[in-house]
Structures are given as structure tokens and as C-alpha cells.
Design a binder for this molecule. Sequence first.
Ligand SMILES: Nc1ncnc2c1ncn2[C@@H]1O[C@H](COP(=O)(O)OP(=O)(O)O)[C@@H](O)[C@H]1O
Ligand SMILES: [Mg+2]
Length: 227
Amino acid sequence: MKVMLQITNLVKSFPQPEGGSIKVLDVPNLQVNEGEHVALIGQSGGGKTTLLHLIAGLLTPDEGSIQINGIELTKLSEQGRDRFRAGTIGYVFQTFNLLPAFTALENVRLGMTFGSGVAESERAIDLLERVGLGDRAHYRPRQLSVGQQQRVAIARAMAGKPRILLADEPTANVDPKSAETVLELIRETCAEEKVAILMVTHDLQIASQFERVDQLDEINQAVERSR
Ligand SMILES: Nc1ncnc2c1ncn2[C@@H]1O[C@H](COP(=O)(O)OP(=O)(O)O)[C@@H](O)[C@H]1O
Ligand SMILES: [Mg+2]
């Protein structure tokens, strides 16, 4: 089995407003295999978003190694990380982060790095159809329900043909019924293209639908039990 994500001795601290710094993450080992679906459950403030930002190369660690698809992320330049992210990583945000001035289709196209070719157009339309929004391609985000907006965001995350999808509490801001659909669509579209998933959540019921559930508290040695 090929390893898609390998984290080793990853440490991240943040400076405190009152001076000094607080260690948020100290993760000796976290591995996700190619095509594997992993839910990582953790309390609020536990470092879930920070971990995903590190893996996406949006933040840099103090120490440690992050290998994705065999590439050491911490050795890349900022520009190199941006390029790598575009080609390898899909990201689904808690609050969707769609651009309001653009249609659903245009938002999905923005998830693609190169060109405005016919193949890209076809893939964007195909992805919208797969998330059940083929007839909403020309709607703007405000003309869509929140559940539909998150489905557009899933299509956008898949647009660049990622090898791993990072999802940050993707169901936290949608109603319970849409949450089921959102979760199903993430798992289905990723399974179809053998994309690995690392989803973080504080919701045990959401997490337990995944084939593998890890506890952030157990893999993170920076956890403060007193918090
Ligand atoms: N840019 C930052 N500067 C200082 N502290 C931060 C920053 N980002 C996050 N933190 C702190 O790191 C901890 C973990 O935050 P976060 O990763 O957002 O947790 P979660 O997503 O699990 O709720 C929190 O205590 C938060 O206050
Ligand atoms: Mg968070």
C-alpha cells in the first residue's frame, strides 16, 4: 500500500498576545495511505485547523517533516508549495469560501490551475453533475442553499484532480440532512478517483461514518489536559 501522507515529529507553536508561545501541535507520527478515508476527531481549539493548514502548506511548521505523495513539503519554496498544492491537494473549508461574484461553474474552474480548455470545462460540468448541481451551474453562491454551496466547494476541491482531500469540519455549517449528503458526496467522489481523505471534525457521529477514525488527542503530544 502506497503512503499518501506521512507526518513525522511535527511541531507547531504560536506566539501568545501576552508574550511567550504555546505549543499547539506535537505529532510524532500520522500516516494516511493512498485512497484511504480518515476522520480525525478532536475538541475545539485542539489544533485541527492548524494541522490541515500545515499539510496544505498554508502554514510552515517549527520542526518536523510532512511528506505528501513522496514529496517533502518543508523543503519546497513558498511558490513551490503553491504549485504543489494546486496539483495534489484539495481543500474543503468549514465556511465554503466560494467567491460571491462568480457562478458555481466559475468557482469550480477556479480550482483548476491551467488553461481554459474544453477538457477543463467538461470536467467542471461533470463534477457539478456528480454533486447533483448540473442544473445550477450558472447560479451564484447567494442563489444557492448552504448545503448546495458546500457541494460546489466539494466540486471545486476535486477540480484539480488531487491525490488527497483535506476537509475542515465540512458539515459544521449545514443542516443535518444536507450534512449527510455533503459527507456522502465527499466520500463518493473521492472513492471514484481513489483520492485519500483527511477530514477533521469535533462530531463523533460524522466521524464514525469513516473507515478509520483517529483521535487527535491521542496522536498529539502537545495536548493540554487542563484546557
Ligand atoms: N495564528 C494564530 N496565532 C496564535 N494562536 C493561534 C493561531 N491560530 C491558532 N491559534 C491557537 O491554536 C489553537 C488551535 O487552534 P485551531 O487549530 O484553530 O483549533 P481547532 O481547529 O481544533 O478548533 C487555539 O488555541 C488557537 O487559539
Ligand atoms: Mg478549526
